[in-house]
Design a protein around this ligand. Structure first.
Ligand code: AMP
Length: 280
């Protein structure tokens, strides 16, 4: 595996692979890798001739009060994991290389970013779409892989790609979980022992929603109330939001719509804000 720091160099390499008619699979990450990330890498390996992974903790998607400075990092361990998976290139740029002096162009997906994570983190998605489009232009992939863990991110990126005629297949991959159901996340590192035990409440509340839907209940208020009760049966967690939306428009739903429903929530477990979701 080669590690590339310079956007121009990465772009030249991508151009070469394109000239050689090789299919490029790309997995963007912020590092501190876990099995969730690696599931994307494995899928990319299966479907392409060459795999590029990026690790970049993107400052423009963090608000000033968020965890940019303490976001967990372990590049040596990440390198090892990616080598073992047979990744061909790791793109690991610096902030200055990605945002040199004079940088002033941003991409904004307007409506889809006003709700859910966008309502709680108003500047977040503008940073995400901007960096993802930059990374796409640098790595020139045929396919790019994203986790359903960040459901709204996946929906927003699909919208951006369609709206701006970006010729890349966006592949969404299922959420990888710990044994007790907690969705894997780099931010789980912030949880102390007590928090970690209670963090399972997000998954438990989604399981509750699933049970209710399977028993024929489709009223979203009833489902949200039951999810809230599940979380409130724990001591530490504090709900940021529980929402049930259309997967395509993200508008709030009164009734569950088969194949077009996203149940999502954000919960503070101690100081750590965790998200999880369920696609119906
Ligand atoms: P991050 O490093 O958190 O920006 O995540 C990089 C990519 O990995 C994103 O597309 C995430 O949705 C995906 N991802 C993160 N956690 C998981 C998980 N538990 N299961 C599947 N994909 C994940």
């Amino acid at each position: 595996m080669r590690i590339i720091y310079e956007p121009n160099e990465m772009q030249e390499i991508a151009k070469k692979y394109r000239e050689w008619n090789k299919k490029i699979g790309f997995v963007p990450t912020m590092g501190y890798l876990h099995e969730g990330h690696l599931s994307l890498v494995r899928q990319a390996k299966q479907e392409n001739d060459v795999v590029f992974v990026s690790i970049f903790v993107n400052p423009t998607q963090f608000a000033p009060n968020e965890d940019l400075d303490k976001y967990p990092r372990d590049i040596k361990r990440d390198e090892e994991l990616l080598r073992k998976e047979g990744v061909d290139f790791l793109f690991y740029p610096t902030v200055d290389n990605m945002y040199p002096d004079g940088f002033q162009t941003y991409v904004n997906v307007e409506e889809l970013t006003k709700v859910l994570e966008g309502a709680s983190r108003p500047t977040h998605f503008k940073g995400v779409t901007t960096v993802v489009l930059k990374l796409f232009n640098i790595t020139k992939p045929h396919r790019a892989y994203f986790g359903q863990k960040d459901a709204q991110q996946l929906i927003v990126i699909k919208r951006m790609v369609e709206d701006l005629n970006v010729d890349i297949d966006i592949v969404g991959m299922p959420i990888v979980r710990e044994e007790d159901g907690l969705a894997m996340s780099s931010r789980n590192k912030y949880l102390n022992e007590k928090d970690r035990k209670e963090a399972v409440c997000l998954y438990q509340s989604l399981q509750k929603a699933k049970e209710l839907i399977e028993s024929g209940i489709d009223d979203t208020n009833t489902i949200k109330t039951e999810m809230k009760k599940t979380i409130e049966s724990y001591k530490i967690p504090k709900i940021d939001y529980i929402n049930i939306n259309s997967l395509t428009t993200l508008e709030e739903l009164n009734k569950i719509k088969k194949n077009d429903t996203l149940i999502s929530l954000a919960v503070f477990v101690g100081k750590t804000r965790l998200i999880d979701n369920l696609w119906i």
